[in-house]
Structures are given as structure tokens and as C-alpha cells.
Design a protein around this ligand. Structure first.
Ligand code: COA
Length: 496
């Protein structure tokens, strides 16, 4: 055991095993756990909780920053340990249980969970489980690869369990900027005017008397699965980069653009990778997750600084980043997610937000969360925090998938996460539609012209033209046909 990682030596007698720590949980409790996009999550205690729940009735409400790694959500689901889960997940087993109605899921803007907890609008947190690199002499927690909601959980939970992960070097100290806004009605401005501003402390404050157990682990974060760019993602990235170049030519942006936010996944990775060979320079990110492409851009000198709430990396990149922590620490900061995703800061900094849609419609409404209007995929994550408040709100998706049986551009989305009012630019592998300043009928014309897969273009045009002729209105629709594409897919296996 690396007791040297517990600088508050009076806490050494709190060291125990994960199984012992898991005995602190009781049926019906609310648990707040660290972890954001598989980074900095509990690797031992939640695992032990799942094992306990296999043998006895033990259901909890689990809040985290975002998704967890190491199949933890799947293990908890299989053990029947989850009554309710929030604010985000990406796990197949949990997703299926949610869609069967067995686990309740609250799909929440990632900036909002901490607000709701501080405003006492959610049930109080009984136990926090937080991964740490080490514990400071005052008992405060130095987090690992994410900050997420851990600051709020540590402040509000009745008891705190700390998982010290010795796989993470103590040199990570200084990567984090821990700041919390005052509670209402005494809230002041958050004094960030550039992504590189640091405004807080380096560790998460916690009442030392609440620390109930300390567990040691030595387990790396689950690696991010990053699919290499393919023809579609390269095409999407190409359309976007040409759009940015045009914006520079028009004088709307400079070669330094504005701070970038990019969601996770292969499209975001391809777009960011595309910057490597571009003329843009001195770029900055103000995002929620940093993935491999961020570190490639930092190394290439294109990116000067990156701010986020977590780092989610492939196994190779993880080793590279940890071997060079000192170098990256001056150019990367991790913040609590209610700061990285604060709507006011996103507007103030003029963030260019690039997120992925499951589908969008001819008027620009975006569905990021549901399949067929019914089944949850992952959740809204931070896409809403960024999209509504961004300088440029961009959504990307493939025009069609599954041998073109599914069109991702539709008459009407089957679920709305981002309304037409929050969406500026839509991009598919076919092309890009700039919707700024366009009325609904103009938007429909541009989206059909630029973004739709050729196999669906004519039928979408036919729908729109008939809606204009037969119904008219500001936003022409034929409601009896608006979901016919989804119905066809469900009944016949193809939207064609
Ligand atoms: N019916 C059935 N399946 C459909 C469908 C429909 N109407 N529309 C899409 N799909 C399927 C696709 O075919 C694809 O299936 P596959 O996984 O078997 O290939 C899947 O839904 C969507 O996958 P893909 O288009 O490859 O999306 P992705 O992996 O890039 O993820 C989101 C897209 C939207 C699910 C993901 O980005 C997300 O969860 N976003 C919300 C959170 C977020 O944006 N956070 C912000 C920053 S991290």
C-alpha cells in the first residue's frame, strides 16, 4: 500500500478493502460517484457493491459525472443494484434495462446535476465514492483523469469513500482547477474570460470527518475505443474545415477561430485531426472531454490550450500523456463539469460547439438521444449545454446508415433534444447547411439540397413540397406522414 499518498496521516486507519467499504451502502441510498466518459471512475468500490447486490437486495440511485468504464454500469445492472441512474450513460446492458423500464434514467444536461443538488432539488447524497491520485494533508482530494461532479458530491455527501489509484502519478497535481459558484441568491460572476484562466484550488475540499473509508487500486481507466476516420467522417471533417476557411475569408472568424468544443466519437476525432494539416493555428478548446486528437494537436503546435472536465484516451495515448504530464500540465486544465459546461461561460467565450446527432429534420431540429422516438441511446450529455449557448452550434451525422436503409435526415425528428432555434450548422457526409438567418421554409430547402443522401433526396423534397401546398403554414408539415419514415423502418426494415 502506498500510504505516502495519504498526506493526512490521521486517515491511515480508514484504509480498508473494497468489500469492506461496500458494506457502508444501504438499500435505498443515493450514491454520488466520480467518473466522466470512463475517466476517473470508481474501479473497486462500485464493483464490490455490484457483487454484494448479487447476494442481497440492495438498490441505489447512482449519480455520476457521466459514463463509467470497466463495465461497472453493466455489473450494477445485472446485479439489480440500480433503481435510478443519472445524468448520463453509454452502457449497452444498462441501456436495455432502461428501455425495458427496469431502471429509471434521468437524462440531464451535464451542467445541471450539481445545480439541482446544491438547490436541494434532488434527494441528498448519502455516500460519495471518489477516485483520487492522493489525499492532501488537510484531507482534500486530488482527483485523477476527471473532475465531473466530484466537488459537489464531496461537499454534500454525508460520508465519503476515497479510492486512491496508484496507477495515476502524483505528478497529476496541478492539472485541476477546482472552483464552485456560490449558492443562490449570492452567486457572483465566474471569473473566466479565456480557456486558460485558472481560478480555483488544486484539490477538492472535503470535511475530513466525513471520510469513512479509503481503498487502494492500481487500475488504468478503460481505454476509449476510437474508430479510425473512415470515408464518411473524413467527408464530414472536410466540409467543416472548408466552412471554417470560408468564415475566415468573410471576416467572421480569424485563423485562430474561437474556442472549440467537440463531443466524443469518431466524427469529432476526425474533425479535430483535420485541423493538423490546416492553416489554423493557436487554437484553444473549451470542451467537456479531451480525447487522443487533442493531444496530437497539442503536440503538433496547432492547439495552444485545452480546458475540459475529463481526459478519455486510448491505451497508447494514456501512456504517452502520463509519461509527459509535466509538459501537458501547463496547457491542459480539468474543471468541475458545472464550470466546463456553464452556459454563461460558453456564451462569453464564443465557443464553436461540434456535436453528433442521431437524426435531424428538414427544419433543423436535432435528436441526439432516442432511437425511433422511444428507446434511449446514451443521453444528451453536454451537447445541450454547449449547443444552446455556442457562438456556432454545429451538429454532424452520417446522411444514411445500415446499407442506406436509415436516413438520418427526416421530415420530423422522433424526439427533440435541440430545437431549430439552437442549431446553426448541420453537416453530413453529403454536405453542409448553414441555417443562420433562414426562415423554416428556407432551412428545409437548404437541408434537403445539401445534407440528404441522394437515395432519399427526392422523397424528402416531395414531402416538403406537398406539405407546403396542402397545409402551408410557417413550418409546413403533414402530421399524418411526418413519422411515416420511422414507421416504415419499424415495419419493413427500411425507410425507403
Ligand atoms: N432507427 C434505428 N437505428 C438508428 C436510427 C433509427 N431511426 N437512427 C440512427 N440509428 C442507429 C445508427 O444506424 C447507428 O447504429 P450502429 O451503432 O449499430 O451503427 C446508431 O443509431 C448511431 O450511431 P452513429 O451514427 O454511429 O453515432 P455515434 O456512435 O457517432 O453516436 C450519438 C451518436 C448521438 C449517439 C452520440 O454522439 C451521443 O450519445 N451524443 C449525445 C451526447 C453528446 O453529444 N455529448 C456531448 C459531448 S461528449
Amino acid at each position: 500500500m502506498s500510504y505516502g499518498r495519504i498526506k493526512a496521516t490521521q486517515l491511515i486507519d480508514k484504509v480498508t478493502t473494497a468489500d469492506e467499504a461496500a458494506r457502508l451502502f444501504e438499500h435505498g441510498m443515493v450514491v454520488g460517484a466520480s467518473g466522466f466518459t470512463k475517466a476517473g471512475d470508481s474501479k473497486a468500490v462500485l464493483d464490490a457493491l455490484a457483487r454484494r447486490a448479487e447476494k442481497e437486495e440492495l438498490k441505489i440511485t447512482l449519480m455520476t459525472g457521466a459514463s463509467l468504464g470497466h463495465d461497472t454500469d453493466a455489473k450494477l445492472t445485472r446485479a439489480g443494484a440500480l433503481a435510478k441512474r443519472m445524468p448520463f450513460q453509454v452502457d449497452r446492458v444498462l441501456r436495455e434495462a432502461i428501455n425495458r423500464g427496469e431502471v429509471l434514467f434521468v437524462d440531464q444536461h451535464l451542467s445541471e446535476s450539481a445545480e439541482l443538488l446544491h438547490n436541494n432539488c434532488l434527494p441528498p447524497v448519502d455516500i460519495a465514492v471518489i477516485e483520487a491520485a492522493f489525499i492532501e494533508a488537510d484531507g482534500s482530494i486530488v482527483p485523477t483523469t476527471s473532475v465531473g461532479n466530484s466537488v459537489t458530491f464531496a461537499a454534500l455527501a454525508k460520508r465519503v469513500i476515497i479510492e486512491i489509484n496508484t496507477r495515476v502519478p502524483e505528478a497529476i497535481y496541478g492539472l485541476h482547477d477546482i472552483f464552485q459558484p456560490d449558492n443562490y441568491p449570492h452567486r457572483n460572476v465566474i471569473p473566466i474570460v479565456a480557456p486558460e484562466n485558472r481560478i480555483g484550488r488544486r484539490s477538492i475540499p472535503v470535511d475530513i470527518n466525513k471520510i469513512a473509508a479509503i481503498v487502494f487500486t492500481d487500475i488504468q481507466d478503460s481505454p476509449a475505443d476510437i474508430a479510425p476516420p473512415d470515408a464518411k467522417t473524413i467527408a464530414i471533417a472536410g466540409h467543416l474545415l472548408r466552412f471554417f476557411e470560408d468564415e475566415v475569408k468573410k471576416g467572421h472568424l480569424t485563423d485562430r477561430l474561437l474556442p472549440l468544443q467537440a463531443g466524443i466519437g469518431k466524427v469529432a476525432n476526425a474533425v479535430l485531426s483535420g485541423f493538423k494539416d490546416s492553416n489554423f493555428y493557436d487554437l484553444r478548446m473549451f470542451s467537456e472531454v479531451l480525447q487522443d486528437s487533442t493531444f496530437d494537436l497539442l503536440d503538433s503546435g496547432k492547439l495552444s490550450f485545452a480546458s475540459a472536465s475529463s481526459i478519455t484516451l486510448s491505451a497508447d495515448c494514456y501512456d504517452r500523456v502520463f509519461a509527459n504530464l509535466q509538459k501537458y500540465k501547463d496547457r491542459v486544465v480539468l474543471r468541475p463539469q458545472n464550470i466546463s459546461n456553464t452556459p454563461g461561460l460558453i456564451r462569453r467565450l464564443g465557443v464553436i460547439a461540434i456535436n453528433t446527432a442521431i437524426e435531424f429534420d428538414i427544419y433543423g431540429n436535432v435528436n441526439s438521444t432516442h432511437i425511433g422516438g422511444t428507446n434511449i441511446m446514451n443521453g444528451i450529455g453536454g451537447s445541450g449545454d454547449f449547443a444552446r449557448n455556442a457562438y456556432l452550434s454545429i451538429f454532424v451525422t452520417q446522411a444514411a446508415s445500415k446499407d442506406n436503409r436509415i436516413s438520418h435526415v427526416l421530415p420530423m425528428v422522433s424526439h427533440v433534444d435541440h430545437t431549430e432555434h439552437d442549431v446553426d450548422i448541420l453537416v453530413t457526409d453529403i454536405g453542409l447547411a448553414d441555417l443562420r438567418g433562414l426562415a423554416p421554409r428556407e432551412r428545409a430547402d437548404r437541408i434537403i439540397r445539401n445534407c440528404v443522401h441522394p437515395e432519399y433526396r427526392e422523397s424528402l423534397r416531395f414531402y416538403f413540397d406537398r406539405a407546403c401546398q396542402l397545409r402551408g403554414g410557417h413550418t409546413p408539415h403533414m402530421l399524418e406522414e411526418a413519422f411515416s419514415w420511422h414507421n416504415r423502418l419499424r415495419e419493413k426494415g427500411s425507410m425507403k
